[in-house]
Design a protein around this ligand. Sequence first.
Ligand code: CLF
Ligand code: SF4
Length: 530
Amino acid sequence: MPTSALTGSQPGTTYVSMGQLKPLKIKLELASAGGGGCGTTGGEGKASCGSSDGPQDMPAEVWDKVKNHPCYSEEAHHHFARMHVAVAPACNIQCNYCNRKYDCSNESRPGVVSQKLTPEQAVKKVVAVASAIPQMTVLGIAGPGDALANPKKTFDTMRMLTARAPDIKLCLSTNGLALPDLVDEICKHNIDHVTITINMVDPEIGAKIYPWIFWNHKRLTGIEAATVLHQRQMLGLEMLTARGVLTKVNSVLIPGINDQHLMDVNREVKKRGAFLHNIMPLISEPEHGTVFGLTGQRGPSAQELKAVQDACMGGANLMRHCRQCRADAVGLLGEDRSDEFTLDKLDAMEVVYDLEKRKAYQDKVEQERSAQQAAKQQALAAASALQAAQDLKVLVAVATKGGGRVNEHFGHVTEFQVYEVSAAKAHFVGHRRVDQYCQGGAGDDEQLPSVVRAINDCHAVLVAKIGACPRDELMLAGVEPVDAYVGEFIEKAALDWFNDYRARVASGAVLHQHRGDAAIRQGAYTALAA
Ligand code: CLF
Ligand code: SF4
């Protein structure tokens, strides 16, 4: 089938030439030693996560779109929340990592959507959440199927919401198959942010991920299906770029299938104007009932994920703070408050949509954010004044419940944030989910080893408080528990700890050792004990 018949492409449009694609070897050692980067221009010297960029790094109108979007700005994700409404149940393709009983893996961790909503119910819910959570700035539609395989429900929701709450940014996520046909509609509804899940630019690899697609009233399989999907994704991305819509690309890292290929994906999506590239770990367990789960396809370890992300530095800007949220998630990334806003609870809620109050709150958050920046700069200035080993670089886990501060007890953590720290910078590189250690007021010693495994590649963990038992266990594992920076901004605390650490290394008080790998937690959290 000619390309133009599949995509409606214009003469001169460049598509990836399948014959030209060659697998690139990713050297894990290289990346973990800090020498990573695929060697293309633009990435050196930047914080590894392009989405950490500030107003000085982009045009004002782009900054205006990203500054309060928790997914498009790493910095914003400490302060601003998003919510999803599950109005899009159908899907037009099948991914081997998806079971329709579970959330869309494009944007979700496995876990059933509690309630599918009509557009009317969805708008009611968004307005109620925005009234209760003034830092909620973005509505996303991310399933549980594909937003654009359900265009009427998706766009009806967006249209009605804009009329009720014009300050909320609109965002959607798609596999891209229907995208080229709906770009005009996306623009008509002022949807500024679109995510396309692109796992390959080579249909031979695609055929291992997608058993079928449904396109033009036909079910296509194998290489043919993957070819159509690939071409539609590339065309859709180009069309969004041409219209100034900020586009993020999500890729699921599937070891042995596309791990060595994601640098090609990164390069190709950058070429077509993607604003961000979000490389996420495959979550795959037999109990999810997915093809990959049932055939034993594993997800990557924490260091494998980081190595692929590091290898892509210098290409399209990387997002590393994705939480693979549910299709009905509510709250800051990493927290889920959807239980507070079920349909029956909404009926009993008094909803006052106060634009001024929301704006006042967001202005306060801006001040806090500036203070965080200033603290970081101050700590960096102090660090550069020290004469010590300049080449040390370590990972530090942080217990935080938001606001960009060290403010959570070790036992209450369900997610550690991980920062890479050197004399030159402290920047966010990922997060690690864990089952909460403190259950019903006491530490659960059975959970402890899995918590330690999740941060086993870190040299220290910064916490607000920690008990004697986990402290001993961490020290035994070689992770230093640190409670000296309670309430401080994370980057400043991490840099201050690092300066102290390298002074200890320089004096011989501590022997600096390379850390091992860490585990990425699969599946849903263990339920908390009552
Ligand atoms: Fe939702 Fe996605 Fe919009 Fe964000 S999520 S539709 S861009 S508002 Fe964000 Fe969640 Fe990761 Fe998605 S953390 S899964 S990247
Ligand atoms: Fe599942 Fe989303 Fe893939 Fe559709 S696009 S099969 S809903 S993961």
